[in-house]
Structure formats: structure tokens, C-alpha cells
Design a protein around this ligand. Structure first.
Ligand code: 13P
Length: 255
């Protein structure tokens, strides 16, 4: 039994003031969700504010990125140990980091190790571009990303890793993947993780879908036994995220 996850990636939205206001609105209804782990990912500068708002609830808190370095003279970077003072979660290798900031599978692999060493739970993102899908390269791209991003991690820590499948063409486009597309790639990811770490690890691995998830379509994804939750962007900036979290929890409770 894999506990489902409703994760809200706020991306570069909500400074401390807006974050405080929004977190104040969703706090109690999100805290009332049982049967799913609910996690918010504010921008770094809003994390302390949201930490205070969420204090005393069981809503999780995470960062959207972390440094691959442990500390010291790296201007503008934030170390895993600093994040771990306030958060238990971190997103690693989001497609926007890969695309705009040049993160490679090697960077993502290093950051995942660093996150695990700091006792954070990393959500490691993979996903193909539209051109990959149209050229029938999805399987090859995902295989390269999974092996490169997740290969060689310490066996005793791998159980903490969460993977998010976010097809790049579905992010922020309003064009979500079909349940079948998501299910096919997620089954592939599970098979690849089984090759790397064995079947029990693959069976226990939580794999989320992300890309234009809304309250209207999340139920369809959650009806798949392969899909263990959602990584939500745009809709996590609205009270709609409460509905999404409730749907994730109840879909899995009844399956
Ligand atoms: P959207 O839900 O806005 O498509 O974003 C998905 C995403 O990238 C979450 O990390």
C-alpha cells in the first residue's frame, strides 16, 4: 500500500505576503485531508512564512530546488541542510530546471544524493518533450533520464525517493496526458527502477503524474493503480488544490 501524495508546486509565484494569505486559506481544509500526504512547495523566500502558518498541522513543506553543494561560497544557492531545518521535502530536476538552468541527469543525480543525505524526501522529475513524443522517443528519453537521475543511489536510502512523471508538453498547457499515456510511462519507470534496485523497491516506489492536473481531471488519473498522486502547478495556486487533495485521498482510499 503506497500512501498517495498531493503536491503543490507554486513555482515562482507568491512572495511571503501572498504565501501567508493563501496558506492561511488552505491550511485547515488541507489539514483535514486524511489518507494522502499533502505537501506545499513555496518559493524559497516564502518557506519560513509558510512554515509558521502550517506549524502544528500534518501538511508537508518542501523546496523547489536545492544546491548540489553542501555549503560555503556559492552565492545564491541554498544547501540541503538549510532546507532540512524547515522542510522534509524537495523537488529535484523539474523540467523547468533542466530546460532553463541546464540541469542534466548527472546534476539531478547529485542533488538527489545530497537531498537524501540531509534526510529530505526528493521528488525526482522526469518527462519527455513534445518533439520526443512525436518522434516516438519517449521510451528512450525516459529510460536515459531514470537511469541517469536515479542510478547508483545508496540502497538504504532509495526507499525514500518519489518520482514525478511530468511530460513537458503537458506542463502549463491545459493539455494533460491521457490516463493511458501516463500509465504507460509510469509502468516503464517502475520497470526501470526494478532493474536498478529490484522488484520490492519498485513496488514500494511512489510515482506521481504532473502536467495540467485540475480538480476536473485528477480523479481519472487516480483511478489508475499505477499512479500514486499528483504534482500540481497552476491549480495549486487556487483553493481548487484542496479539492484535488481530497479527490486523491478518497480515490485511493476506495481502490
Ligand atoms: P501545471 O500543473 O501548471 O501544468 O504544472 C505542472 C508542474 O510542472 C508541476 O511541477
Amino acid at each position: 500500500m503506497r500512501t498517495p501524495i498531493a503536491a503543490g508546486n507554486w513555482k515562482m509565484n507568491f512572495g511571503p505576503r501572498q504565501a501567508q494569505q493563501f496558506a492561511g486559506i488552505v491550511r485547515d481544509p488541507l489539514n483535514a485531508v486524511t489518507g494522502a500526504e499533502v505537501v506545499l512547495f513555496p518559493p524559497f523566500i516564502a518557506i519560513p512564512t509558510v512554515y509558521n502558518v502550517l506549524y502544528g498541522t500534518h501538511i508537508g513543506l518542501g523546496a523547489q530546488n536545492l544546491s548540489d553543494q553542501l555549503g560555503g561560497a556559492y552565492t545564491g544557492e541554498v544547501a540541503a541542510s538549510m532546507i532540512a531545518e524547515l522542510c522534509r521535502w524537495v523537488i529535484v530536476g523539474h523540467s523547468e530546471r533542466r530546460h532553463y538552468y541546464g540541469e542534466t541527469d548527472a546534476t539531478v543525480n547529485t542533488k538527489t544524493r545530497v537531498a537524501l543525505d540531509a534526510d529530505l524526501t526528493p521528488i525526482v522529475c522526469v518527462g519527455e518533450h513534445l518533439a520526443d513524443r512525436e518522434a516516438n522517443l519517449t521510451e528512450r528519453v525516459i529510460t536515459t533520464q531514470v537511469r541517469g537521475s536515479l542510478g547508483g543511489l545508496p540502497a538504504e536510502q532509495i526507499g525514500r525517493v518519489v518520482v514525478a512523471y511530468e511530460p513537458v508538453w503537458a506542463i502549463g498547457t491545459g493539455r494533460a496526458a491521457t490516463r493511458q499515456d501516463a500509465e504507460d510511462v509510469i509502468a516503464l519507470i517502475r520497470a526501470l527502477v526494478s532493474e536498478l534496485y529490484g522488484q520490492p523497491v519498485a513496488d514500494a516506489l511512489r510515482i506521481l503524474y504532473g502536467g495540467s492536473v485540475t480538480a476536473a481531471n485528477v480523479g481519472e488519473f487516480m483511478a489508475s493503480p499505477q499512479i500514486d498522486g499528483a504534482l500540481v502547478g497552476g491549480a495549486s495556486l487556487k483553493p481548487e488544490f484542496v479539492d484535488i487533495a481530497q479527490i486523491i485521498a478518497s480515490a485511493k482510499a476506495s481502490s
